[in-house]
Design a protein around this ligand. Structure first.
Ligand SMILES: [Zn+2]
Length: 60
């Protein structure tokens, strides 16, 4: 019983962590103005292949 709930907790935590790391956002590529869906951090635009750096602080 105890062991089962511990394993379950571990599995749920692992999934939540994975989901957070895989969060993707719809943004407009600053290079080619395409609507793209990229994860947080540095990634490559699938349209033009240039680097897109998505950060999550919304400061203007
Ligand atoms: Zn692009």
């Amino acid at each position: 019983m105890n062991r089962l709930s511990r394993d379950l907790e571990k599995a749920v935590l692992g999934q939540a962590k994975e989901a957070a790391n895989k969060m993707r956002y719809d943004v407009t590529c600053p290079h080619c103005q395409s609507k793209i869906n990229v994860p947080v951090g540095k990634s490559l635009c699938p349209k033009c292949g240039k680097q897109v750096n998505l950060s999550l602080d919304f400061e203007f």
